[in-house]
Design a protein around this ligand. Structure first.
Ligand SMILES: NC(=O)c1ccc[n+]([C@@H]2O[C@H](COP(=O)([O-])OP(=O)(O)OC[C@H]3O[C@@H](n4cnc5c(N)ncnc54)[C@H](O)[C@@H]3O)[C@@H](O)[C@H]2O)c1
Ligand SMILES: O=c1ccn([C@@H]2O[C@H](COP(=O)(O)OP(=O)(O)O[C@H]3O[C@H](CO)[C@@H](O)[C@H](O)[C@H]3O)[C@@H](O)[C@H]2O)c(=O)[nH]1
Length: 333
């Protein structure tokens, strides 16, 4: 029988794309989303429950009524800049929400979780590319909340037999190559969709936040990873969890591991702008502004561990393809 996967945050950008990959791999996803930032119509071909991971009674009801085999947990607030301005909003949703969810899993004997973590846990590291074992020193509350949840999963694995994988995504980008889904954050804060809004005339210009970073052209460098490749990594992570030999788990000992997901290649903000101009053929206005609080200068992944342990490798590594798929989703190509 198909395994049922609870997907909190499945109506969001990465979650909705992952639903397609889960279905294609033969799983039955069940989405739980409070629609604070997601879209119900992004849930294609999966059951949807509107609700909040902080609602203990709802979680109890859900775990009682459905035979859930694993949880793939995307539900969180995601903007690093906003987390600097309103940290408690992030601690409440990301940490208290995840605590409530993990507690419910332990109560109901559901042991397997894949968790959306982030490159932001590494803070302003001078190492590039970043490996998983580097110190976790987030420089914004958002990254801090994600690292707090990772610690909770690690410790709960040791004490209560949870089996958890944290996937540390670098910058999610692109859209479903078949055009069914795309990025619809509102308000949008991410670089690529904003740049494309400038190209399509939906906004007057794009602003570059900071041109005095210690990088090759003074702007921040990020490792952009296609959302379809992230989706695929969740399937691989689940497979890894389902092939763990439970009989070898002594006593209450569980399993916890973390994997970087990126292409291993960094692009500066200016390079992203240039790629968008090339893909769209539009020469839009670019402004230069002050740094945005909470932004590390460089975040580039070493994703070797995900390749060797999970058998994952990106299939759409080119930045131009990510930009083109996002542009296609906007109905512009
Ligand atoms: N977008 C990126 O580049 C990126 C990079 C690294 C990590 N992540 C992480 O990946 C996950 C998904 O990111 P995304 O870009 O798809 O964001 P998103 O905002 O599109 O998706 C998050 C979803 O969670 C839902 N949600 C939020 N709080 C909830 C709650 N309390 N209960 C139920 N549902 C709730 C929202 O409505 C939304 O649908 C997040 O955990 C984020 O921190 C994202
Ligand atoms: O109008 C804009 C928007 C962004 N940027 C810059 O572009 C880069 C990328 O920014 P953005 O697209 O907002 O992504 P990040 O802030 O890097 O964060 C994303 O990527 C992180 C992992 O690296 C995740 O943890 C976060 O959830 C996700 O929002 C940063 O240097 C920004 O300062 C601009 O210059 N102008």
């Amino acid at each position: 029988m198909a395994k049922t996967i609870l997907v909190p945050g499945g109506a969001g950008f990465i979650g909705s794309h992952t639903l397609l990959a889960l279905k294609a791999a033969g799983y039955t996803p069940l989405v739980l989303d409070n629609l604070s930032n997601g879209h119900q119509d992004a849930v294609l071909d999966a059951n949807f429950i509107e609700g909040d991971i902080r609602d203990e009674a709802l979680l109890d009801q859900l775990f009682e009524n459905h035979a859930i085999d694993a949880v793939v947990h995307f539900a969180a607030f995601i903007e690093a800049g906003e987390s600097v301005r309103d940290p408690m909003k992030f601690y409440d949703n990301n940490v208290a929400g995840s605590l409530n969810l993990v507690r419910a899993m332990v109560r109901h004997g559901v042991r397997k979780m894949v968790f959306s973590s982030t490159a932001a846990v590494y803070g302003d590291s001078t190492d590039a590319p970043l490996t998983e074992d580097l110190p976790k020193v987030p420089i914004n509350p958002y990254g801090q909340t994600k690292w707090a949840v990772e610690c909770m999963l690690r410790d709960t694995a040791a004490a209560d037999g949870l089996q958890a994988i944290a996937l540390r995504y670098f910058n999610a980008a692109g859209a479903d190559p078949e055009g069914r889904l795309g990025e619809r954050h509102d308000p949008e804060t991410h670089l690529i969709p904003l740049v494309l809004q400038a190209a399509s005339g939906q906004r007057d210009a794009i602003s570059i936040f900071g041109t005095d970073y210690d990088t090759r052209d003074g702007t921040c460098i990020r490792d952009y990873i296609h959302v379809a490749d992230l989706a695929d990594a969740h399937v691989k992570a689940l497979e890894h969890l389902f092939t763990q030999d439970d009989s070898k788990v002594r006593g209450r000992r569980g399993f916890y591991d973390a994997f970087n997901l990126g292409n291993g290649q960094g692009f500066s903000v200016r390079e992203v702008v240039d790629a968008a101009k090339q893909v769209t053929g539009v020469d839009f206005t670019v402004k230069e502004e002050e740094r945005r609080p909470g932004d590390p200068a460089v975040l580039v992944a070493n994703a070797e561990k995900a390749r060797t342990t999970l058998g994952w490798s990106p299939s759409i590594p080119a930045l131009e393809d990510m930009v083109a798929h996002a542009w296609n989703f906007m109905g512009q190509s």
